[in-house]
Design a binder for this molecule. Structure first.
Ligand code: GLN
Length: 456
């Protein structure tokens, strides 16, 4: 804990930590020491973590990287953070992210972007750590903390993990409680660990997971021992390679990486089979209808009355002006865009054409996966991202749709509610990390972590 605090103080030029909590960290570290001395060693005892700003942490600023939540200090602790602290973990502070987790580069944050600790060989162009959990990825990759929490609605754990050479797992929808996590798109959001190794991910997920009566979508299922699943034995398992993920214009290096992953799994005794997930191409458009629709509904609560920021009003302003001015000042441009898209696709005249259609597509995408799992596929291997990390400013403000294309391999997993993991498998020709994604059967995070372990 001390060395992380020193590292953060000395060198958080990455803008990863946006609120530091050294007093809390030291108090928790002392308590962890005392537990150890008393012979009680819970799984996360004394492990210094960074917490994404999307998690409500009691008495500590929790702003979801938005100006509209400026000054918000929750009266309560999210289920995930209270479980982690109960297991002995230490909080170093809150981590940067895209505003309300909307983005793929951490550039929509009210704190300014986080920066990746990686650079292209021979270049000092600053790169994105990915998003939305960009601060989490940068902090773990730069050794400012041992691990971090992330959340993933359409790829926000897996893409930043891939961009920074770390491990990130999005669990099955319902495995981890969403209570106390600021909502983006409630039917897609899941929290998960971002760590330096698959073993760390297994241990941390174990501590985060489990049924929570305070989240009605949390599953009432026992949490298996994920670490015990890391046997490295995958003989006879069947890994599917979906042809729809082989996209035109994909860099050759991503193809080569994928081939290398296939080889590694085969060498470990798995059978590799070509499969088809025919509705893949509709996933991104369906996601960018469903996620904004749910977001527009979730964000309606930020009205200047209950939380955070309220605009200064002029004489004669009524409640409508108060809402309008507060929301215009508090929400950044990407969040405003999502609200506009969301309310549009949910409006009476367009509901069937967009929202209902997207829901039908979502059902078909889910069925694609169910079909291949029923045919004996145990896990699916794909690239995690269509490229290595891009430069800051390279995509932002150019064209929002270009940014959305980054999520092409990850959103299917959220739409289907499945577990997905990103694992670093080598570097590109510029020395940047690349990641592969493994997709698992529902509730089989243990097996999924084990396949990922083989690729480490
Ligand atoms: N990049 C995607 C989006 O902007 C996913 C974000 C996320 O998973 N939170 O919606």
């Amino acid at each position: 804990t001390m060395s992380c605090l020193t590292a953060i103080d000395a060198g958080d030029t990455l803008n990863a930590f946006v609120h530091r909590t050294p007093e809390i960290a030291l108090e928790q570290a002392r308590a962890a020491d005392a537990r150890l001395k008393a012979g009680d060693a819970p799984s996360m005892c004394g492990i210094p973590l960074g917490i994404k700003d999307l998690f409500c942490t009691k008495g500590v600023p929790s702003q979801a990287a938005s100006n509209i939540l400026k000054g918000f200090r929750p009266e309560y602790e999210s289920t995930v953070t209270s479980k982690l602290f109960g297991a002995g973990a230490v909080m170093l502070g809150k981590l940067n992210m895209d505003e309300f987790a909307m983005g793929s580069s951490n550039e929509t944050s009210c704190y300014g972007n986080a920066v990746s600790p990686w650079q292209r060989k021979g270049s000092n162009v600053q790169l994105t750590p990915g998003g939305s959990s960009g601060g989490s990825a940068a902090a773990v990759a730069a050794d400012l903390c041992l691990a971090a929490t992330g959340t993933d609605t359409g790829g926000s754990i897996r893409q930043p993990a891939a961009f920074t050479g770390i491990v990130g797992i999005k669990p099955t929808y319902g495995r981890v409680s969403r209570w106390g996590v600021v909502a983006f798109a409630s039917s897609l959001d899941q929290a998960g660990p971002m760590t330096k190794s698959v073993r760390d991910a297994a241990i941390m997920l174990q501590a985060m997971a489990g049924h929570d009566p305070k989240d009605s979508t949390s599953a009432d299922l026992a949490v298996p021992d994920f670490e015990a699943a890391l046997t490295g034995d995958i003989r006879g398992k069947v890994i599917g390679i979906p042809k729809e993920y082989r996209m035109d214009g994909m860099p050759e290096e991503i193809d080569a990486l994928w081939a290398r992953g296939i080889e590694m799994l085969r060498d470990a005794g798995a059978e590799v089979r070509d499969i088809s997930l025919p509705h893949t191409k509709y996933a991104l458009p369906a996601y960018y209808v469903i996620a904004p629709a749910e977001a527009s509904s979730n964000l309606a609560r930020y009205d200047g009355v209950r939380y955070g920021h309220r605009a200064k009003l002029s004489h004669g302003d009524g409640v409508t002006e108060m809402y309008e001015k507060t929301r215009a000042e508090g929400f950044g441009p990407e969040v405003q865009r999502r609200i506009m898209v969301g309310t549009y696709v949910l409006s009476a005249g367009f509901y069937d054409a967009y929202y209902n259609r997207a829901r039908k597509v979502r059902a078909l995408i889910k069925r694609d996966f169910e079909t291949v799992f029923a045919e004996g596929i145990d896990s699916i291997l794909t690239p995690a991202t269509p490229s290595a990390a891009f430069g800051l400013g390279e995509m932002a403000d150019v064209d929002p749709v270009k940014m959305y294309l980054n999520d092409v391999f990850t959103v299917t997993v959220n739409l289907a509610g499945l577990p997905g993991i990103s694992v670093p498998v080598g570097l590109d020709h510029q020395g940047l990390p690349l990641g592969l994604q493994l997709i698992g059967r529902p509730w089989e995070e243990g097996a999924l972590l084990n396949y990922a372990h083989v690729l480490e």
